[in-house]
Write a protein that binds this ligand. Structure first.
Ligand SMILES: [Zn+2]
Length: 504
């Protein structure tokens, strides 16, 4: 009798367990998805009193569903909506679109000891950056062909904590080879980058206006931008021989790269951007000037080109807005970059241009190296590696130094998210809007912190950053990439689930 009972009960029990497993799997994410996020949900709300949307700052909530923003509701509609799922309430903290950094050097593959995809993207996540576009140089080999782009993509696989896109290099070798350039663009680079002066990297030689004109004509078809490092070496500056004794003084370095270098480059570029006007031979192409430092005649040239209808934009970087030449101590090569940081009056004018909309956006130009190449002991400004290390700090830096100019949260979102998204062709990013990807930073603008050794820094070499030792406002609490909570209060998701973004 007992045996018969067991025999009958067993299939029933099996059926019951199967049902339970089926419903558990249906309502819970896969293990791999849990590792991508610090949260075990695929559908949930985040609420805040300060959500920065394209229509202004609202008190309300956004619903994330399968990595996208499924809904945005205001305070009064909240209560009804919340019956539908899990809610994370961030209170007074600001919920803003994640930052998009269109100018990062992660040096991977080939020079991963300088930064690398894992440390660089962990630092980005901790700084509220949800997407970055990697520059084609400082890694090895440089990204100048389909093959070298494929090496980049392979190197990034399962090693990135935020989304990463790639710029390709426009160099003399490929500039006159239309099929090579098209091959690189077809492989998915978001646009091209070139230098008008020596880049300091052997396999990334400089281009002249003839190369750039060729590049623009190819890019017109793809409607992708050309980014240009706009400095042309002039011979009217102090010879290196004369200044060799004073190489520890920042003013010596500043004299070696005067504003006339930027002005010379930009005056040549604006003769080419004429072709980008509607009906022009390069109509559809776009020229973007990276890291503008000169806020005088170079900026005037850009303003004029824009007013004439040229398709041109310009970025500057937090280090040009935060620092001025007279503050840089002897031998402090952490501040060396190109073009150089100029005087305080120049800095004021850069802020003015940014606030008035003449400068379109911001980027980090995070360009680290190993501490040995910064020559921190010798302090030789002429020989040290040029590049500011900043990636994790750009949001608090822009906010802290922008305070006295009355910078608003909406302006931050415009400079760091909406316009960079447009430049990189990422229409589903950069704004908190229904249907966009759920790429979000949650941060507390009023919280002050010291960027000292006790502060968790994820950059590979914090010691070379010019921002160490500063007091800043604006603490990043949480970062979401495609709905995954990838960073919160000093913790990263255990798996690197960022996506490589390729243009189609
Ligand atoms: Zn750069």
């Amino acid at each position: 009798m007992e045996n018969l009972f067991q025999w009958r009960l067993f299939p029933l029990l099996t059926l019951l367990v199967s049902f339970m497993v089926f419903f558990y799997v249906q309502s819970h994410p896969k293990l791999s998805e849990i590792r991508c996020s610090l949260l075990p949900y695929q559908h949930y709300w985040i609420a805040s009193k300060r959500i920065v949307t394209p229509q202004g700052i609202i008190s309300g909530a956004g619903m994330f569903s399968d990595g996208k923003i499924a809904s945005v509701v205001k305070e009064d509609e909240k209560r009804e909506s919340f019956k539908l799922g899990h809610v994370i309430d961030y209170g007074e903290a600001v919920v803003m679109p994640g930052l998009i950094d269109v100018h990062t050097h992660l040096d991977d593959p080939g020079k991963a000891e300088w930064e690398g995809f894992p440390s660089g993207t962990k630092a980005a996540a901790a700084g509220g950056i949800t997407t970055l576009v990697d520059m084609p140089l400082n890694s090895f080999p440089s990204t100048v062909s389909r093959k070298t782009l494929e090496l980049k993509i392979k190197s990034a696989e399962e090693r990135i904590y935020v989304d990463v896109g790639f710029w390709g290099g426009l160099v003399p070798e490929n500039a006159f080879d239309r099929s090579a350039l098209e091959d690189l663009l077809n492989a998915g680079v978001l646009g091209l980058k070139s230098f008008m002066c020596p880049s300091g990297i052997n396999d990334f030689p400089m281009t002249n206006t003839t190369h750039i004109k060729e590049g623009l004509s190819v890019l017109a078809k793809y409607r992708r931008p050309l980014l240009v490092h706009a400095e042309i070496q002039q011979h009217d500056h102090l010879g290196l021989q004369e200044v060799v004794d004073d190489a520890r003084s920042y003013s010596t370095y500043l004299k070696t790269r005067p504003t006339s270098w930027e002005e010379a480059a930009i005056s040549e570029l604006v003769t080419l951007t004429k072709d980008t006007r509607v009906g022009g031979s390069a109509s559809g192409a776009h020229l973007h000037i990276v890291h503008l430092s000169d806020s005088t005649s170079s900026l005037d040239l850009i303003k004029e080109a824009k007013s004439l209808g040229d398709s041109v934009t310009v970025e500057t970087c937090p280090h040009y807005l935060a620092f001025s030449a007279d503050e840089i101590g002897d031998g402090d090569t952490r501040f060396k970059c190109a073009p150089p940081i100029r005087d305080a009056g120049n800095k004021e004018k850069l802020w003015e241009a940014l606030l008035e909309g003449h400068i379109d956006m911001l980027s980090s130009d995070h360009s680290p190296t190993i501490p040995q190449l910064k020559l921190l002991d010798d302090g030789d400004f002429l020989k040290a590696w040029g590049g500011i290390s900043s990636l994790q700090f750009v949001l608090p830096v822009t906010w802290s130094y922008g305070k006295k100019y009355g910078v608003s949260l909406e302006q931050l979102a415009l400079w760091w998210s909406e316009r960079p998204a447009k430049l990189a062709g990422q229409e589903s990013k950069g704004r908190i809007a229904i249907g966009n990807l759920a790429d979000i930073v949650v941060w507390e603008p009023e919280v002050e912190f010291n960027l000292d050794d006790d502060h968790p820094v994820y950059l590979k070499h914090p010691s070379i950053s010019a921002y160490m030792g500063r007091k800043l406002y604006g603490k990043v609490s949480a970062t979401f990439v495609r709905g995954n909570l990838v960073y919160q209060e000093g913790n990263h998701a255990s798996a690197a689930c960022g996506v490589t973004i390729l243009a189609k």
